[in-house]
Each structure stands twice: as structure tokens, then as C-alpha cells.
Design a protein. Structure first.
Length: 728
């Protein structure tokens, strides 16, 4: 590397920018005849900026001589051409390249001064009205304040995209609020984790062993275990994790740890539970949700059934085939009677065991007896499937409970209960502890709850293990459907799903009427990408299956055969659309019009939830907006919100719960070994309706199928239902 140098010039072009870390490759015009390529982490760099760069020259074997920037100071341009480039960059919403050209033509090198100090003169530009002027003035003021926040945060290593989010959340108070408590960023700004907030805190001068830092670390540990489904963190393990996370001396900080825990407890930010000689900590929200479920379940099952139903007559009817020739087996009959006679009933069974037939017959009985019922499911896709199978109105649980973004709660609750006699919920294994608590609070005491689900699938993405805990408590009625119906036995998808669930390797049984399952042995992970291309471009079209209704389900996100790499490859194959004006790179990811995307967090303002899949319908760069169609709803995303979306040509198996696709492709390799378990592969196979491709290494698939051990989530719902366990 050469000695340190200083270069002054104008940013002519931004070649590449990673919004995640601010890494930028750009062209700088040093004088009328000299341009150089520079690179470095400069988050807020824009076209037309005048920059002073400090760094050193490097030689890249592919791209040649480049200037490696260590420090950069920039200012707004003062020439007409520089101002035009500056405004064309999309920095100010409402000003795109064409309008920037018109502005500079009208005002020349005075353009920025006029926007800043005399915006009424913007009316001199032909076609400009009050709405456009107001938009530009507002965006310009935002940009000025964001620049102030940016300077502050850049010194703390915060990226441009997060700086914009921080400003949108806190406004002009951003710097003051962060200085007062940098750890609030973890809760307030989605995507900022503990390490980022902690780095800011330390740069603000917080001592490494401060009580506030240790308290923030304990709260982070609780939220981190919750991201893996647990509701409680074992205290001794949590202490050690805090020590490791903060890199503290365990002997020197024992008293500080105790003081931090005492403060959290006194401030009612944690709850403590002792069980079987171990201590656990959790958040009050987690504890009261799980405890609330237990309390409400016990109240419901203690309340006598008030339904005026002639059970003997119903039993006589369901023992005989109906007018459509539907003949219920003994377990289905038992299930229907259980739903009618108990306040809470769980119906569980694998694919092809007749859960849908049971629900349809139950609905017929309820309609014949004029009982009020409603059908719901955790996700939009699951609710749609429930409607398609029953031909009865169904809805998502959030719509059923009337979620209101204003107060981040449900309008339906104890004071405003649902008006019904029976609530039937499909895909109940997906329900986490918070949603189940809300359901039970909104259920009137006289009503009955029917939970339909496959307990052998993966547990909910959200925290808790509600369906399993209810079953294991033995406090509610459970009916298991085990018989596979004859017509279902014709499907190799269903047959192999049950084989996997029994611990057997799937087969390509040619005696099955439907050839809807294919196992493809591939020994090298790198070869899987070529096979995926062949499936999407040749095999699926030959079967009449659209790529829009086909998906790749993968155990994990990283690696050669992870969702991230597969999505990049499939985007090139399935959406080669290459209009520069209709694509954008944000957070290191290219998004294009027509891309299939998935929401990866619950966004209650937009009423879109973790796992919802949509399609990008439009991108407007001048306004920094992306529009995504979720069914019949089109939602607007700011560029700074795009880290809530990922490409969804391939998704994790966990995220596929509650969904079905005409074709499912499941790559399984040894690189996934950490996550390989039976219920993962079983869940993936059951997502396929018409065709399932299982491909990969025989050893990896067999290892996953043999592994029937599941991670036991730390929950206490069973104990709350069966003992007098309490937190303190």
C-alpha cells in the first residue's frame, strides 16, 4: 500500500453502494481531464458531492488502481452540473432526474439556496403546484435533519439506512434520545440488535461494567432465547451469556450482575420462576401471557357446556354415511362428539387422515342446529385454504380479533367478546403464546374452542409451544386421527410424509396412482443449483405447474444451498427483468418489479405479518417507494423498510408453515446437519399439493429422518395448568 494521500474532487458517479454497511465504490472527477475510482465506507455519499478524501492507493488485480478511502468530508455542490447530479440521486423525495434538470435550468447554481431559503420561487418552474412544493420543502428539511443525525451516527458506525429509520422514529429528538439511552434502539428500530446499540453506548462513554449495560444485556438474552421459541432463560446460563457477551471478568462483576438483576426486578422488567431447583428469568409480557392462557383454559373447562344439542341423535346420524356418501371412521366420529361435548378440543393428525372431512361434517351439524360459529387460521394462506375446503367464510386470527394498529392491540377481548358458540381454528400448531392468549381472552365463557392441527409438524415460529403443552397437560380433550384414507394412499406425497413421520426413508412407489413425489440423489451441494434450474425451466412447465406456485424449502438461510444463495440464482432465472428504473439495491439485495418477496417481521401498521408472501408490483425511485401486492392488497414500502422483505423464491421450512404450494422442492445436504430433524423434513413434504421433489445427499436425509429429538422449548404452560407454580 502506498503512503497516505489527500484527494479533492466531485462525485461523478456512484458505481456500487451497500446500504447495510455504507461500503461504496464511486467515481471522482479531480479535474477536467482526470477521474479516479475510490472505495470505502461512506454511507451518505451522493452524486455531485464535493469531497475531500484521505486514504491510500491500492492495486486491484481485476479493477486496477483504486483509492482506498479512510476518511471523507463532503459538502453540497455549488455548480449547476453538480447540483443537478446531487438532486438526481433521489436524495430529496419528489425530485427525480428530469425534474432536477428543469430546476437547474431555471435557477442554475442558486437551486439549493432557493429550495432551502426561498421555496416559493419553485412555482416559477412550469407545472409545479402547491402539493409538489410542499413535498419538496418537507423532504429537504428532513434531509437536512437526517444529515445532522447522520454525522452523529456515522461516528458511531451506524449505516445510512438505519440512520434514516432512527430519524423517522425519533424525529429531531433523535440524538438526545440516543445519548440518554442507546439501548432503546433495540426495541424501537427493527433490525438494530444488541451489538450495534452496545457499540454506540460504548462510544458515548458508557463504562464496560455499567449497571445499565448489564441490564440491557440481560433483557437481550431474554429476547434472544424467545427468538428460538423459549419463553424463559435459565438464570445461571443467562449470567454466563451476559459475561461472555460483554466480555467482563466474572469474579469482578458478580455483585454488578446481582445489582442489575435486582434493578430489573424492582422496575418490573423481569419475572423470576423457580422450578425443580433451577431459576429462570423472563419478561412480564411472556409470563402473563402464558399464565393468562392457563387461567382462561381452566375457567373454560370448569364452565358447563350450554349448547342445546341432541348428542344421541347426532351420534346416530354420524354413524351412517351422509347423502354425499361420506362415511366417517371411528376416530372422526369420536372427534366430532368431542368438539360438541367439550369446551376445548384438539383434533390432530397427519395429511390424508380426514381432518378436513371432520371439520366439514362438524360445520354441517352446527348449521343444522343453528349454532353460531366462525372459522379462522393464523395466516392468510391458511385461512384461504380453509375457505376453499369448507366453502365457508374464514379469516385470519388477526382479523377475527380485530387488530387495531393505533393501540397495538385487539378490539376483541374480555370486555368485547366474540359473538359465537364455536370457534374453529385450523393450523393451530402455528399459534404462539401471545396470539393464543388473545384468542382465549376474546372467547365468551359459554363458547367452545376447536383447535385443528398437526402436532408432528414444527412448532410455532413465535415463542411458546402452545399446542404441545395443552396436549401434554391432559387438561383438554385430544383426538388423534391416524387412519390414512384410501384416496389419500394414492398420493406418494402423503404416503411418504407418513413414512418420514415413522422414521422411514421415503420411496418412489410406482404402485401409487399419483406419481407426485421424486427423490433425486445429488452428492455435491454445488450441483443442486443446476438441478433447481432444470426443475423450474423444464420439469415444472412440462407438468403445467407455474413457477409462481412452486417454491424451494430449505432448512437454513446461509451456505451454498441456503435460501440467500438460491434466491439470487432463481431471481436471475425466473425474473430476468432488467430495467434500471424498476429495480433497486438496498441492504445489499437487489429488488425488482415482479420479484416474489416475503415479509419477515410482523408490521402491524401495514397489517402484514411474518411469513406473508407477495409480489413487487412497482418501484418508484424518485419517491423511494416499493409497492408490494399481497393478494388483493397493495402495500407501500419506503426504501428504508426493505430489510423487512426478502426474496421468496426459496424460503426456510420454518417460514412455510400454514402454506401450501402446487410444487415444493426440498434440498437437504450435510451442510444443514445442525438443523436436520424429522419434523423439519416432514413439515416440508406436507407443504406440497401436486408435486414434491426431495433432492440431496442420502446420508443427510436419512440422518434428519432418524433424528426424532426436537429442541425442547422452555415453557411452563403445562405446569401452570397442572400445578400452583407462580412467578415472583
Amino acid at each position: 500500500m502506498e503512503e497516505s494521500s489527500e484527494i479533492i474532487g466531485i462525485v461523478e458517479k456512484v458505481v456500487y453502494k451497500n446500504a447495510d454497511n455504507g461500503y461504496t465504490v464511486f467515481c471522482v472527477k479531480v479535474n477536467s481531464s482526470t477521474e479516479i475510482i475510490a472505495k470505502g465506507c461512506i454511507p451518505d455519499l451522493q452524486h455531485g458531492n464535493k469531497v475531500t478524501l484521505t486514504g491510500a492507493w491500492q492495486f486491484h488485480p481485476k479493477f486496477g488502481r483504486q483509492f482506498d478511502v479512510k476518511e471523507c468530508s463532503s459538502s453540497t455542490p455549488n455548480t449547476a452540473s453538480g447540483i443537478e447530479k446531487y438532486l438526481s440521486s433521489g436524495l430529496v423525495k419528489g425530485i427525480g432526474p428530469k425534474f432536477a434538470q428543469r430546476l437547474v435550468k431555471q435557477f442554475g447554481d442558486q437551486t439549493l439556496e432557493i429550495i432551502d431559503g426561498n421555496p416559493n420561487r419553485l412555482y416559477e418552474v412550469e407545472g409545479v403546484g402547491p402539493k409538489r412544493v410542499a413535498q419538496i420543502v418537507h423532504a429537504w428539511q428532513d434531509q437536512k435533519e437526517i444529515s445532522r443525525v447522520m454525522v452523529f451516527l456515522r461516528a458511531k458506525d451506524v449505516s445510512t439506512s438505519f440512520a434514516v429509520k432512527i430519524y423517522k422514529c425519533y424525529g429531531n429528538a433523535a440524538i438526545d434520545l440516543i445519548q440518554a439511552n442507546p439501548y432503546r434502539l433495540i426495541d424501537d428500530i427493527w433490525g438494530i440488535g444488541f451489538k450495534s446499540a452496545d457499540k454506540i453506548a460504548l462510544k458515548l462513554g458508557l463504562s464496560a461494567d455499567s449497571i445499565e449495560r448489564i441490564k440491557a444485556a440481560f433483557l437481550f438474552i431474554i429476547s434472544d432465547v424467545a427468538s428460538n421459541g423459549h419463553l424463559y432463560a435459565e438464570l445461571q446460563e443467562a449470567r454466563q451469556r451476559v459475561i461472555d457477551l460483554l466480555e467482563l471478568d466474572i469474579d469482578a462483576t458478580q455483585e454488578r450482575l446481582k445489582e442489575a438483576l435486582y434493578n430489573l426486578y424492582a422496575q418490573e422488567k423481569i419475572k423470576l420462576i423457580s422450578h425443580q431447583d433451577k431459576h429462570f428469568i423472563t419478561s412480564p409480557q411472556f409470563y402473563y401471557s402464558e399464565k393468562g392462557i392457563a387461567k382462561r383454559v381452566l375457567q373454560l373447562i370448569d364452565h358447563k357446556n350450554s349448547h342445546d344439542l341432541d348428542i344421541n341423535k347426532i351420534y346416530g346420524d354420524i354413524r351412517m354415511p351422509d347423502q354425499n356418501g361420506v362415511d366417517l371412521n371411528d376416530d372422526q366420529q369420536k372427534g366430532i362428539l368431542a368438539c360438541l361435548q367439550n369446551k376445548i378440543t384438539i383434533i390432530t393428525g397427519g395429511p390424508g387422515t380426514g381432518k378436513t372431512t371432520l371439520v366439514k361434517k362438524l360445520i354441517d351439524i352446527l348449521e343444522d342446529n343453528r349454532a353460531k360459529f366462525r372459522l379462522a387460521a393464523p395466516t392468510g394462506r391458511a385461512a384461504k385454504r380453509l375457505f376453499e375446503s369448507t366453502k365457508k367464510s374464514s379469516e385470519t386470527l388477526h382479523r377475527l380479533l380485530e387488530f387495531t394498529p393505533g393501540n397495538m392491540g385487539f378490539a376483541r377481548n374480555e370486555q368485547n367478546a366474540l359473538q359465537l358458540d364455536f370457534l374453529i381454528i385450523d393450523e393451530a400448531s402455528m399459534i404462539d403464546v401471545f396470539l393464543m392468549h388473545a384468542i382465549l381472552k376474546a372467547l365468551p365463557t359459554h363458547a367452545s374452542l376447536v383447535l385443528i392441527g398437526d402436532v408432528d409438524q414444527l412448532p410455532s415460529v413465535g415463542a411458546g409451544n402452545v399446542l404441545n403443552d395443552l396436549i401434554n397437560s391432559e387438561k383438554v380433550e385430544v383426538v388423534r386421527l391416524t387412519q390414512i384414507f384410501r384416496q389419500a394412499q394414492d398420493s406418494m406425497i402423503i404416503v411418504n410424509a407418513h413414512k418420514v413421520n415413522r422414521g422411514e426413508f421415503p420411496s418412489s412407489d410406482k404402485s401409487c396412482a399419483k406419481r407426485d413425489f421424486v427423490f433425486m440423489k445429488i452428492d455435491e451441494p454445488e450441483l443442486a443449483l443446476a438441478e433447481l434450474k432444470s426443475i423450474f425451466t423444464k420439469r415444472l412447465p412440462a407438468m403445467g405447474i407455474s413457477s409462481d406456485d412452486a417454491i424451494v424449502l430449505v432448512p437454513m438461510n446461509k451456505g451454498v444451498v441456503g435460501t440467500q444463495r438460491i434466491n439470487q440464482e432463481l431471481q436471475l432465472i425466473l425474473n430476468p427483468f432488467n430495467d434500471e428504473n424498476k429495480q433497486v439495491m438496498v441492504f445489499g439485495q437487489v429488488y425488482k418489479v415482479n420479484d416474489r418477496v416475503m415479509q419477515i417481521r410482523n408490521n402491524y401498521d401495514k397489517f402484514v405479518f411474518n411469513g406473508d408472501i407477495g409480489k413487487i408490483s412497482d418501484i418508484i425511485k424518485a419517491d423511494q417507494k416499493v409497492f408490494v401486492s399481497f393478494g388483493d392488497r397493495v402495500l407501500e414500502y419506503d426504501f428504508t423498510e426493505l430489510n423487512e422483505l426478502v426474496l421468496a423464491y426459496a424460503i426456510s421450512i420454518h417460514k412455510s408453515q400454514g402454506s401450501e404450494f402446487s410444487a415444493v422442492i426440498i434440498p437437504i445436504f450435510m451442510q444443514h446437519f445442525i438443523l436436520l430433524q424429522r419434523n423439519l423434513i416432514y413439515t416440508a413434504i406436507t407443504r406440497a399439493k401436486k408435486m414434491c421433489f426431495l433432492l440431496g445427499q442420502t446420508k443427510a436425509i436419512a440422518m434428519g429422518i432418524r433424528n426424532a429429538k426436537v429442541v425442547v422449548r422452555t415453557t411452563f404452560l403445562k405446569e401452570f395448568l397442572t400445578t400452583d407454580l407462580e412467578a415472583r
